[in-house]
Design a protein around this ligand. Structure first.
Ligand code: AMP
Length: 480
């Protein structure tokens, strides 16, 4: 099928040509015709399949031909997404595809001033792309209303639930007018997502599954290195130095703290890199992403939440520096390479403490990940364990008390029962994607807090050095 065969306005066909698309991807081929007929859609698709155009093009088409006009403070199409990066990216797609039309778009997300967002919404917009918390804020402030909504898209539904947005989603859905077209996308379909989909979609939606849930993209070459934790950094550096074909490399770290350490070590080795995670400002994150996209830097180190918005063409290699606790996350991570029909490579590092995670991943993908050349491991120097200010740490650990122990509830670390589990077995503690309180799902709000200790007159907390060393050493796996 060619795009010209689809009943899309000339202005949209022109934009498709301008962005360089020739043939629709499978999800576009399957989704666009029924969406143009007004059906609801349940799409099971990973990022990288072309799903944004699959929903954006039919929405734009229908907005163009419906004869309706936008009203002040009203929205005609709403796309709800879990992170600001993703929201920016999807709005960008709507703008690209609608560049020869008069369709207006706006994007709202937390962590930044709401003043420009309010201004954009005042006259009404055709397409609003939003994260849930900020959208609810603006609705409560009566800056925007959903009463005239014609199209509702919930994208990355599984991530939304993982991040604790379920209550916000329910609040938004309760405000939608009863007559509307609904599009629901998720990379995986566990039971709670199926239930949510049934609450949002009209009966008998079109169901399109592009890549079977939880199956990695076949074009990705996967490699595994079994390596001690303290030597992972050295292995990453050695691989990057020995393989000039690793041109655009995305490295996943489980924690923000770990991401910073990886960047520090790579920079010392003269490898251009940057980190993106929830502790970095929006500007710094956009800057790092921009430099990575333009290949000013070779390596981008990311945590899972920050990486949700990464849409970078031609990522050559994805490294799982730490294996994720939730096996589906591995699939999401490696799906960042091999996009738009291209090939790619995924390299995973697994230390002894991560054998359970490896087992879960291999069970999920129903494949044993082939091991890489062991020769490279022979001459690796060990990375010294690090204390505060990057000093090597020599003191042997004592058993951590309080929070760390409370988290594992006395069960052995590394066993699936040993970690605090949330719904669906997902870890309760996750990195937050945004800094504004409006975007922080409630279940996560207190989890970053540490026991408060009074400060001394000098402003320092007594024993804060020692405590920092302690936390650096014993920080629970999912903490950044
Ligand atoms: P998505 O899954 O929507 O995030 O899209 C992944 C990537 O595929 C983006 O870089 C899109 O620009 C690109 N893309 C989407 N549709 C097509 C198409 N029909 N032909 C070529 N590239 C596409």
């Amino acid at each position: 099928m060619k795009f010209e065969e689809l009943p899309l306005e000339t202005s949209l066909q022109r934009a498709i040509k301008a962005v360089g698309y020739e043939t629709p991807t499978p999800i576009q081929e399957k989704a666009i015709p029924p969406l143009l007929e007004g059906h609801d859609l349940l799409g099971i698709a990973q990022t990288g399949t072309g799903k944004t155009a699959a929903f954006a093009l039919p929405i734009l088409q229908q907005l163009l031909v419906s004869g309706k006009v936008r009203e002040p403070k009203c929205v005609r199409a709403l796309v709800l997404l879990p992170t600001r990066e993703l929201a920016i990216q999807v709005e960008d797609c709507f703008q690209k595809y609608g560049q020869y039309t008069s369709i207006s778009t706006a994007c709202v997300f937390g962590g930044v001033s709401d003043v420009p967002q309010k201004k954009a919404l005042l006259r009404g917009v055709d397409v609003l792309v939003a994260t849930p918390g900020r959208l609810l804020d603006l609705i409560n402030q009566k800056v925007v209303s959903l009463r005239k909504l014609e199209f509702f898209v919930l994208d990355e539904a599984d991530r939304m639930l993982d991040m604790g947005f379920i209550h916000d989603i329910r609040k938004v859905v309760a405000m939608l007018p009863p007559v509307r077209q609904n599009l629901f996308f998720s990379a995986t379909m566990p039971a709670d997502i199926t239930k949510l989909a049934a609450q949002i979609l009209r009966p008998h939606p079109i169901r399109i599954e592009v890549t079977p849930a939880s199956t990695p993209i076949e074009r990705i070459t996967q490699t595994l290195y079994r390596i001690e934790k303290k030597r992972k950094g050295a292995l990453l550096r050695a691989l990057l130095m020995q393989n000039p074909d690793m041109t655009k490399v995305l490295v996943f770290s489980r924690t923000k703290h770990g991401a910073n350490h990886i960047v520090e070590a790579l920079e010392k080795a003269g490898i251009t890199c940057a980190a993106i995670h929830g502790n970095k400002s929006q500007t710094r994150r956009q800057e790092a992403l921009g430099n990575f996209k333009c290949e000013i830097i070779r390596v981008l180190v990311a945590t899972d939440i920050a990486a949700r918005g990464i849409d970078v063409d031609d990522v050559s290699h994805v490294f799982n520096f730490d294996l994720p606790e939730v096996p589906e996350t591995y699939v999401h991570r490696i799906g960042r390479t091999a996009r738009a029909g291209k090939g790619g490579s995924a390299v995973a590092f697994c230390c002894d403490e991560e054998l359970d995670e490896l087992k879960a991943i291999e069970r999920l993908i129903r494949t044993r990940i082939p091991e890489g050349d062991p020769a490279i491991l022979a001459n690796l120097p060990a990375d010294a364990p690090r204390g505060p200010q990057g000093r090597p740490q020599s003191r042997p650990p004592s058993r951590p008390q309080g929070r760390a122990q409370g988290r594992s509830q006395g069960r052995p670390q590394g066993s699936p029962q040993g970690r605090a589990q949330g719904r669906n077995g997902a870890p309760e503690r996750r990195e937050r994607s945004v800094s504004s309180s409006s975007e922080q799902p409630q279940q996560q709000q207190n989890s970053e807090q540490r026991p408060a200790t009074p400060k001394t007159a000098s402003g320092e907390r007594p024993g804060s050095r020692a405590r920092k060393r302690f936390w650096d050493k014993f920080r629970p796996k999912s903490e950044g």
